[in-house]
Design a protein around this ligand. Structure first.
Ligand SMILES: C[S@@+](CC[C@H](N)C(=O)[O-])C[C@H]1O[C@@H](n2cnc3c(N)ncnc32)[C@H](O)[C@@H]1O
Length: 391
């Protein structure tokens, strides 16, 4: 974050103008900016206040009402942990009996805010000065939270810092885009994991694409989804681990569900009347096999994450579909089967087949009042289309 822009964002002039602005409306932003300037407001302050107003509106999904008391940068917002997930991070430290935590990569401070609001002391490091300034503003309500503008890796290596546990959320983007290899994180995952020698209570947020081989053997690796989207994986060590192995935390409709296990294969069997689609967090965690066992279901193919069942199954870890028809997949056969059923609205899902759903939808030219879910997949070497309805 540009330091000058950050200083302007947290200046009393910008913050007081921001407090008077109506809810952000992109279509009206230019007119509003002109009106404010005409009334004598400083153009730089107007621009800064409108930027913050736009970012606060965008931040609502991640932070709800909290967003209206925060300041943001575009990049910081994209990287920030949503509050509901940060609260789960914080609970781990509290349950482990930690009182003070070092957040070694605090960004805008979303995780640090969650820790502080649980009554934990936080030393929040941020090496980018502009971002540190914004974090300092976001953490202003908590006396026990302080932001340090420094390279945490250097500071921690140099001296004593009085915390019992460490949290890291290394940056996974640069100008070239997302970095999936943990060696390219900033700081690199290995450097963060080395902190275990001094702070066995270590938690690290990583990308959900992390390879299972990169998970330290003693850690709990937890993949997290929010309303169906997989948002992160967390590596939890020492007393922060609730079990050793993998887990999926499924946050849906305000409820939290945890599935623990080890990534082992499940049993494969016949397709039944029902098809289950495991949540993305379960799939990334490699827990489709254990889930099939728990639900009394079976895999349709050893390499495909769809499960078969003979009766409807209600589970927070999988969506259920009743199969109305199954057919060998070809665009023509599928189009004709959907037309016969008068299906004009279809949700198209696919796994293990190289089909572009948007393109397929255009080719299908759906007509009719009925709706259905189309599931395309591969069983062994055969490509199959299921016409199904959500249970
Ligand atoms: C993914 S963001 C953190 C987001 C934060 N957890 C949140 O929810 O708002 C990573 C941040 O770490 C900072 N960073 C990277 N390496 C650092 C280091 N060695 N010391 C301090 N900060 C660092 C980056 O500047 C970036 O702002």
């Amino acid at each position: 974050m540009d330091l000058h822009a950050a200083r302007l964002a947290v200046s009393p002039e910008t913050l007081s103008l921001l407090a008077t602005l109506p809810p952000y409306d992109g279509d009206n932003a230019l007119t509003l900016a002109q009106q404010l300037r005409d009334r004598g407001a400083d153009p730089d302050v107007v621009a800064a206040a409108l930027t913050q107003s736009r970012l606060r509106a965008a931040a609502h999904t991640k932070f709800g009402e909290f967003a209206s008391g925060m300041v943001f940068s575009q990049e910081g917002l994209e990287q920030a942990t949503r509050l509901v997930v940060a609260a789960h991070h914080g609970q781990r430290y509290r349950a482990a009996g930690a009182h003070a935590i070092a957040d070694v990569t605090c960004g805008l401070g979303a995780d640090a805010m969650a820790f502080a609001s649980l009554g934990l002391g936080v030393v929040a490091f941020e090496r980018d000065e502009g971002t540190a300034l914004l974090a300092d503003h976001n953490l202003r309500h908590w006396d026990d939270a302080r932001v340090v503008h420094a390279d945490s890796m250097v500071t921690l290596a140099q001296g004593d810092i009085d915390v019992e546990a460490v949290f890291a959320d290394p940056a996974r983007r640069n100008a070239q885009g997302r970095r999936h290899d943990p060696r390219d994180y900033s700081p690199p995952l290995d450097a963060v994991l080395a902190l275990r020698a001094r702070w066995p209570q270590l938690g690290v947020k990583v990308g959900p694409a992390i390879a299972h081989d990169d998970v330290p053997p003693e850690a709990e690796a937890q993949w997290v989804s929010v309303d169906g989207d997989v948002v992160e994986a967390g590596l939890w060590m020492g007393a922060l681990a609730h079990h050793h192995g993998h887990s999926a935390l499924v946050l849906r409709g305000g409820e939290a569900h945890v599935l623990d296990g080890f990534p082992v294969p499940g049993e494969v069997g016949e397709v039944g009347e029902y098809l289950l689609e495991p949540d993305g967090a379960v799939i990334r965690a490699g827990l489709v096999g254990p889930l099939s066992h728990t639900l009394g279901a079976r895999l349709v193919d050893p390499h495909i994450a769809y499960l078969a069942a003979d009766a409807p199954i209600a589970s927070p870890f999988a969506a259920s579909f009743r199969i109305l028809e199954s057919l060998p997949y070809s665009e023509k056969r599928l189009a004709s089967a959907l037309a016969t059923r008068g299906i004009g609205h279809a949700e198209i899902k696919k796994r293990g087949v190289d089909v572009d759903p948007a393109k397929l939808r255009r080719t299908l030219k759906l007509k009719g009042d009925a709706s259905a879910t189309v599931i395309l997949t591969r069983i062994g070497k055969s490509r199959i289309a299921f016409i199904a309805e959500r249970v």
